[in-house]
Design a protein around this ligand. Structure first.
Ligand SMILES: [Zn+2]
Length: 497
């Protein structure tokens, strides 16, 4: 009996060698990402409108949890939730000139309802400043109404002309946008810093994503912003992905929308507005990319659609009864939605591959041998390692893993930028670093408008972008690595999506 069990287990081990993804993440990142999306069933790309995709349950369940964490953080900081209409009248968009200029090329327009042609076109929201601020002008009256902090979770539409890529750049995406109104510019800047803190708290500490915060140069600011700050995450192909950005808007916005308040000195004033836009579907892409490996996804514990899966090695009553008993026990600890028994017809080896591809944090492989020995064999996806515990320790073990799992992923991910940011002093060195998949740091003439020429040169010669200045870093004076004139700033240059 014991011997038979042993031979079965070695067959199972043999199956485990089946390759889940046909390419290695670090060798062919683009293909790896495409395969993961299909094999882990994250999105179906066969929908018949170009640039739009169908998000499947495995990504939606994770993104729901991500929304939950982010919304809790925002509410804790005083933001109130709203649901605004998806349609915005063209006249709203026109109220702030640089905003309309920036977004118009990307707007989807609704021009008729049924057979009736509208006298005014309606935009499918590309972002909702011009919807919110229209209402702010009717809601905000006095300094006592400030700060006025809002957010909404929404899908937004942008007619992207660059090549679309599932999750990273699609024509409809899912995000949160916050819009806050403040009495003074100082208060508004405090909000911008608070948004950056939220990004750190949620993206890094919860989702395990390392990033660098940059203040964007003048030519790369959000349309209508005085200042734009954004977090860049790095992909294995050396390109950075812009994650949440937060903006101090120009006062053209309150002026354009007539948002005013009566201050405590009795005078009417224009407030300062900030907005912040974490895109959940894009952040999800970074979670997949940063933590995934050659076997598939690795979800952080806190956002995994499923935290524990029990795989019965043998399909008999004894094993299945034990599996149900364990499931009940685990459900009391982490909730019934977070634990499942794999009762599919697949072989044990196929099941192992399947759940490793799906990125479930813990897998309990249950056979008669384990039941008889009152032991459990558990595979943990953070360390890709099997552990054996006493059955009676199960609940304590899950508590322990719930605490340390995400910390392990963060620790591994935190090395992503190691040795990749290199200092350069001319274009030749810059090109070399960028082509090796790194990020170049150099002196630069200016991040105001007059530096745009040097940025264009970098784009043209190297295909890379000036991501901006690093927050909290002192400027050093030195020659601009592009034009050789006296530099005013230290900037970071990378290729980006
Ligand atoms: Zn220059």
């Amino acid at each position: 009996m014991v011997k038979e069990e042993k031979s079965k287990r070695s067959e199972v081990k043999g199956d485990k060698d089946v390759k889940a993804v046909s390419v290695k993440k670090n060798e062919n990142f683009s293909e790896w990402f495409s395969e993961i999306i299909q094999k882990a069933e994250l999105a179906d790309l066969r929908y018949n409108v170009k640039g739009l995709l169908v998000f499947q349950p495995w990504s939606v369940l994770a993104m729901e949890k991500m929304y939950g964490i982010l919304e809790t953080a925002l509410q804790r900081k005083g933001h109130k939730p709203y649901w605004f209409p998806t349609l915005i009248p063209e006249s709203n968009l026109k109220k702030e000139s640089s905003h309309v200029k920036g977004f118009t090329p990307e707007v989807f327009w609704v021009t008729q309802g049924g057979e009736t042609k509208f006298t005014e076109k309606l935009a499918l929201r590309p972002t909702s400043e011009t919807a919110f601020y229209q209402m702010f002008s009717t809601w905000i009256r006095s300094y006592k109404d400030l700060p006025f902090k809002t957010y909404q979770r929404a899908n937004v539409f942008r007619y992207e002309t660059k090549a679309t890529r599932p999750f990273l750049r699609s024509r409809e995406f899912h995000w949160i946008e916050t819009h806050c109104v403040h009495k003074t510019k100082e208060d508004a800047m405090k909000q911008v810093y608070e948004d950056m803190e939220t990004t750190k708290e949620v993206l890094h500490d919860n989702f395990g994503l390392p990033f660098i915060f940059f203040e964007r140069p003048a030519w790369d600011r959000f349309a209508g912003a005085d200042r734009t700050f954004a977090a860049d995450v790095l992909n294995p192909d050396g390109k950075v992905v812009q994650q949440p950005s937060t903006h101090l808007l120009s006062q053209e916005f309150p002026k354009g929308f007539d948002v005013k308040f009566k201050d405590n000195d009795g005078k009417e004033k224009y407030p300062w507005i900030t907005c912040y836009g974490p895109a959940i579907s894009r952040i999800f892409a970074s979670v997949v990319i940063v933590h995934g490996d050659d076997k598939g996804l690795r979800f952080p514990w806190s956002i995994s659609p499923l935290q524990v899966v029990i795989v019965p090695i043998k399909d008999n009553d004894k094993v299945l009864a034990k599996a149900e008993e364990l499931k009940k026990k685990i459900a009391e600890t982490i909730g019934i939605m977070n634990v499942e028994i794999d009762k599919s017809e697949k072989s044990a080896g196929e099941k192992f591959n399947h759940w490793e591809m799906k990125g479930v944090p813990l897998r309990i492989d249950l056979g008669e041998k384990e039941i008889d020995a009152k032991k459990l064999s558990i595979f943990r996806r953070d360390l890709n390692k099997r552990e054996s515990i006493d059955e009676k320790e199960l609940v304590n073990y899950i508590h322990k893993i719930a605490k340390e799992f995400d910390a392990n992923l963060v620790k591994q991910a935190d090395h992503i930028f190691d040795n990749l940011v290199k200092e350069v002093s001319n274009m030749k060195e810059m090109k070399k670093i960028i082509e090796e998949g790194g990020i170049a740091s150099c002196n630069f003439c200016s991040v105001d408008k007059e530096g745009a020429k040097c940025a264009e040169m970098v784009e043209k010669e190297i295909g890379a972008q000036v991501r901006g200045t690093k927050l909290g870093e002192e400027n050093k004076i030195g020659k601009c690595a592009v034009c050789g004139k006296a530099g005013k700033e230290r900037v970071y240059i990378a290729r980006a999506y």
